[in-house]
Design a protein around this ligand. Structure first.
Ligand code: GTP
Ligand code: SPV
Ligand code: MN
Length: 596
């Protein structure tokens, strides 16, 4: 059963009739040489069997099924705990097309190099054929992908994160219009790890990692890097943005899309529960990580979340910070790299529960109660389907998307950036996105805390030249009848002792309220050098322990700091040479002038 003989399949169960698919799978199987090929159909029965297999091979550990039904723990290899940006490549014919912010490899070189590693990499393993959709079936947003993988953990994650199974072959029909995603853990050797994107071939090859964005190829690889390239070509945007629906006490719902870099608060904002002092407000989660944005017939922006599940940061998640995430992960969830407690439940730093006396840490070792090491990896994650989330929006699957009233950019900045400010217009807003900067987090390998420029939170995810990307943003704005207002937020400003000045989490709705009031033109604002800043009196302050002075401090703009910032922006912009749109340079000059 399912054996390949002379490079031909014998097992045909769940195999689609699409010849392009069959030819491709045959070729890849001939290279990777799996023992077995399994075509997934996406059924629940199949998922149960995959879980059994994952338990058998040790990819999953069963958690306490009484307390946490359907929950499992996965421990990754020690060297494979986050996206590896330095091993991620955009492989376009011309180096120039990948731009200065991406690693580039010539397609021919990449195919040759990776073929060497893929060759025989699936011996004694099963190759899973994972068909999936990104975006609602049959909608203008929808894209078909197929991932070949030798990781049952990856296959199970894809089931939760995407619309996986037969549905994708149905959408594809007999066409050749799908993203070819090839993935093998191979030997998990970091020296033989490459995540290569071939936007001109609509393909992704990833080898040597089994983790997150490196391995779940529908997510960052397809839905951001490949999709951003397609979006540029086809006139839409693929963005690293959450989408939230905010219902006001007047019963109107406004949709907001917000781009924050990895581990900077998207999931938390998307799942927010309003503070007690804001009765009548509701927040509904459309997406927590990625938005595909098209211009609708009415000339407004419409967004969908192309995913169907969450791959959320675990540390810091508690009933206090993010109750909706906590409820989401009570059942049917895969945990990666958290602490295993004696009773078969899990623990992590910031979960709101005392540290367990006896437990196994993320590495799989006994975690001594006096150990100074972290028990859960700082980039430990949970995977769960959208339907698990109590705040999931009824619109999350709407094939027309949701209309976007405001776009919010944000970063993790101890200094400089105020709590909130608003751009003067779309062009200025694009400039604000282009000059975003943030402290590095554990979501990617590298030094945590270092400030780096991360335009639109897309630095690691833009599949083409970022100068062209800024231009695309400007053009999109010109094609809109009604441009959403663009804002910038910073939940992470600190005092001189390093304490956060802003309570954050659910209290962030106060800032969202001001954003909606600006959209509705209900409040005026301070016109400053950097943009419109709220009058302190307009910030909803009921039920919160902050004085008007604190708010003034949060909203303050330090001229010296900003002059420094402007210099750094200038340095950063040099990278893009003459691809930098003149409009962005004009905005930069304008800011410089206004500051002096
Ligand atoms: P990715 O999934 O990596 O793209 O991350 P994300 O942007 O969805 O970030 P997430 O919401 O998971 O938050 C990351 C970390 O920041 C978690 O540890 C949160 O507890 C913390 N965090 C989120 N929102 C706030 C906030 O408003 N204030 C503070 N101080 N911390 C926050
Ligand atoms: C991010 O790093 O932005 C994530 C996690 O959302 S990963 O899927 O690993 O990219
Ligand atoms: Mn992300």
């Amino acid at each position: 059963m399912e054996q390949i003989r002379n490079g031909k399949f014998i097992e045909k169960e769940n195999m689609p009739s699409n010849e392009h698919v069959i030819k491709w799978v045959n070729e890849m199987a001939a290279m990777c040489k799996p023992d077995k090929i399994q075509w997934l159909n996406g059924s629940e029965k199949e998922e149960k069997e995959l879980v059994k297999e994952a338990l058998r091979v040790g990819d999953l550990i069963e958690l306490n099924q009484k307390k946490m039904p359907g929950c499992y723990l996965h421990r990754s290899a020690l060297n494979d705990v986050a996206r590896t940006e330095e091993l991620t490549f955009i492989c376009t014919e011309n180096k120039e097309d990948a731009g200065p912010t991406n690693n580039w490899m010539a397609p021919k070189e990449a195919y040759e190099k990776l073929s060497g590693i893929f060759n025989g990499s699936m011996r004694e393993r099963t190759m899973y054929v994972v068909p999936f959709l990104m975006g609602p079936k049959g909608s203008m947003f929808c894209k078909v992908g197929a991932q070949l993988t030798d990781s049952v953990y990856v296959a199970l994650n894809m089931k939760k994160m995407t619309r996986m199974g037969k549905i994708a072959w149905e959408e594809l029909g007999n066409t050749n219009n799908f993203t070819r995603c090839l993935h093998s853990k191979s030997d998990l050797d970091i020296k033989r790890r490459f995540i290569c994107h071939f936007p001109e071939d609509n393909a992704v090859w990833s080898v040597g990692s089994g983790y997150g964005g490196n391995a779940l190829l529908g997510k960052k690889c397809l839905a951001l890097r490949i999709a951003s390239f397609l979006g540029k070509k086809e006139g839409w945007l693929a963005e690293h943005m959450l989408i939230m629906g905010v219902k006001t006490p007047e019963n109107e719902t406004y949709y907001i899309a917000a781009a924050f870099p990895s581990a900077c608060g998207k999931t938390n904002l998307a799942m927010l529960i309003p503070p007690d002092s804001m009765p009548g407000w509701e927040v509904w989660t459309v997406g927590d990580d990625i938005a595909w944005i098209h211009i609708g017939k009415d000339g407004r922006l419409y967004a969908v979340n192309p995913e169907a599940g969450f791959f959320g940061v675990v540390p810091g998640t508690s009933m206090k910070t993010n109750p909706n995430a906590m409820k989401t992960l009570q059942s049917n969830t895969i945990f990666t790299n958290v602490v295993l407690k004696e009773d078969g439940t899990v623990w992590w730093e910031g979960c709101g529960e005392e540290r367990p006396k006896k437990a196994i840490d993320w590495r799989g070792e006994i975690w001594q109660s006096d150990s100074m090491e972290k028990g859960a990896h700082p980039n430990s994650r949970f995977t769960a389907h959208v339907s698990q989330c109590p705040s999931a929006s009824a619109e999350w699957d709407n094939p027309n998307g949701v209309p976007i009233s405001a776009i919010v950019f944000g970063g993790r900045r101890a200094k400089v950036a105020p709590l909130i400010y608003e751009s003067f217009d779309w062009q200025h807003g694009t400039f604000i996105g282009a000059t975003m900067a943030s402290e590095k987090t554990a979501a990617a390998e590298g030094k945590v805390g270092e400030i780096r420029h991360d335009p639109m939170a897309m630095l690691p995810f833009c599949g083409y030249h970022m100068g062209d990307y800024f231009k695309h943003w400007l053009e999109m704005g010109k094609n809109l009848h009604k441009q959403p207002k663009i804002f910038h937020v910073n939940w992470f400003r600190t005092d001189n002792n390093g304490n956060f000045l802003w309570p954050g989490f659910r209290e962030n709705l106060r800032v969202i309220k001001w954003i909606i009031q600006r959209v509705k033109e209900e409040v005026d604002a301070n016109k400053t050098a950097i943009g419109y800043v709220p009058h302190a009196k307009d910030m909803h302050m009921g039920g919160i322990n902050l004085t008007e002075n604190n708010i003034e401090e949060l909203l303050s703009i330090d001229k010296e700091e900003w002059n420094e910032e402007v210099k750094k922006q200038e340095e950063f912009f040099k990278k893009f040479g003459d691809k930098m749109p003149k409009e962005i340079l004009e905005e930069h000059a304008g800011l410089k002038e206004r500051l002096n």
